[in-house]
Ligand binder design. Structure first.
Ligand code: NAD
Length: 479
């Protein structure tokens, strides 16, 4: 069993007297990790330590900070298998996917190590005798609060960007994946000065206590409800809130595409990581002309997916993260069925241990159903047949979320309309996943605010200062 420790002000094993939390293996319910729960005093102590380490870290040259990040990336890469195994144990995701998450994290750390030192401000055209500059500076203390669904990749992005720009960090990983957070923090801490990174563990109460502190930025990746409460806490403290939250991403299948290919795309989008990705396909609008063939092929693709423990290399879909989450997913499916949706595949809770849930395809869905309105975050593909591309676009746009959307179409004019009109951060035409490196977007509506990824995240985590340096005036006024 993984034994997690907190890191406060350079001391591993500090605090944690508010209790212990145990994570159960979603495959069979056996305990896999145990973590301390931070007290209010721990949270205050971690922030205090971050505050006192901040000036020195801010003065450390960007090249040195980047070198520390690069060394940490090498150390993480060296134990990638171990970091993959811990994710598989805590959240059930297939090992290959978990390893992919570690690789993505390592590559993000390296990218920020390259980008950090080459960022600069700009000089302004002021008086000839003066120097006028705009310079980015660290914001101070960044509270990094992360989710469980891709724990290493997501954390590496925020931690790497915050550290390379000269901020100190208090990191609170999800209570569902504390061991993944612990191993990652340990590897980073080995290459950082004491106090620059602290780790607190515990549940929502610990996150809320951290978000309520006098920090400079709260960077949260997680659910919309949590993001809203963090935004309220930041409004009170004056901290900047950077929020990458939930989504209800639509997929539109136009009438002129190969329905079998569209079904493969839909299956990949809806079922990858058992539907537990922020940019999972959450609702599908298919044009009537291809609907029957699309639905048939989607059921076939879903049926072919092998569900099993993440440790078994043959498994394409692991279990859901835990039974509480499975109840949430199944509750939405049951509510949809009660409201008239037809179950074309899956939709039942299997007997046996663990938190497994089958790939599920629902037909005859309507706008009012929770599966179409809210984030399901499970392996569920709810489908609605529509009469026109206009109708698909208008239904896809009608959502409180604004994370991403995918459109499968052979019509360039529909593609152009779609990317212009869909009120979301990211639009993908003819691919549910993918995009060029460095792509970053601002989510809209309930999906959050600010750039949580890419080079722009470095801008979010620095504050630009305008500087005017003139010569002294008066008698003999010169340098
Ligand atoms: P969550 O918001 O419940 O938890 C995330 C973190 O916030 C955890 O560390 C948790 O302890 C903490 N937290 C919970 N309540 C808090 C509060 N009131 N104040 C401060 N912190 C609090 O989310 P989750 O269930 O762990 O993750 C799943 C969600 O994350 C989904 O909605 C998914 O779409 C979203 N997500 C979004 C992105 C993105 O980039 N937009 C990426 C990954 C996951």
């Amino acid at each position: 069993m993984y034994q997690v420790q907190q890191l406060i002000g350079g001391v591993w094993g500090a605090g944690g007297d508010a209790g212990r939390l145990t994570v159960l293996d979603p495959v069979d319910g056996t305990p896999v990790s145990e973590a301390p729960v931070a007290t209010e005093a721990d949270v205050g102590a971690a922030v205090k330590a971050a505050r006192s380490a901040a000036p020195r870290w801010a003065r450390t040259s960007p090249a040195e900070r980047a070198a520390a990040l690069r060394r940490a990336a090498d150390a993480i890469e060296a134990v990638a298998d171990q970091l993959a195994e811990v994710q598989t144990a805590e959240l059930g995701r297939p090992l290959a996917l978990a390893r992919g998450g570690v690789e993505a994290g390592v590559s993000t750390l390296r990218q920020y190590a390259e980008l950090g030192p080459v960022r600069g401000g700009r000089s302004l055209a002021g008086d000839a005798g003066a120097i006028d500059l705009m310079v980015p500076q660290p914001r101070g203390i960044v509270a990094v609060i992360t989710p469980w669904n891709d724990p290493v990749a997501v954390s590496c992005g925020l931690l790497g960007a915050a550290l390379v720009t000269g901020n100190t960090v208090v990191y609170k990983p999800s209570e569902r994946t504390p061991a993944a957070g612990f191993l990652l923090a340990r590897l980073l801490d080995e290459h950082l000065p004491s106090g620059v990174l602290s780790l607190l563990t515990g549940d929502a109460r610990v996150g809320a206590a951290l978000a309520g502190q006098e920090v400079d930025v709260v960077a949260h990746v997680g659910s919309t409800a949590t993001g809203r409460s963090i935004a309220a806490a930041c409004a009170r403290s004056g901290a900047k809130a950077l929020l990458e939250n939930g989504g209800s991403d639509p997929l539109i299948v136009d009438g002129d595409v190969d329905p079998r290919w569209a079904a493969e795309q839909a299956a990949m989008g809806a079922f990858a990581n058992s539907g537990q990705l922020c940019v999972s396909v959450e609702r599908i609008y298919v044009l009537r002309s291809v609907a029957n063939r699309f639905l048939g092929a989607l059921v076939q693709s879903a049926k072919a997916m092998r569900v099993g423990p993440g440790r078994d290399p043959r498994s394409e879909l692991g279990p859901l993260v835990d039974r509480r989450h499975r109840d949430h997913v199944h509750g939405q499916v049951q509510a949809a069925v009660a409201d008239g949706a037809s179950v074309l595949l899956g939709g039942t809770v299997p007997d046996g241990p663990g938190a497994f849930y089958p790939p599920t395809v629902l037909g005859e869905c309507t706008d009012q159903m929770l599966v179409m309105r809210e984030e399901t975050f499970g392996p569920v593909a709810p489908v609605m047949v529509v009469e026109s591309f206009d109708e698909a676009l208008s239904r896809a746009s009608n959502s409180p979320y604004g994370l991403a959307a995918t459109v499968l179409t052979a019509s360039m004019s529909n593609a152009q309309r779609a990317w212009r009109e869909l009120p979301v951060g990211t639009v993908k035409i003819n691919a549910v996943f993918g995009g060029a490196p460095g792509g970053a977007a601002e989510p809209r509506g309930g999906s959050g605010q600010g750039f949580g990824y890419g080079p722009e995240l470095l801008d979010e985590l620095t504050a630009t200062k305008a500087v005017h340096i003139g010569a002294p005036g008066g008698e003999g006024g010169r340098w």
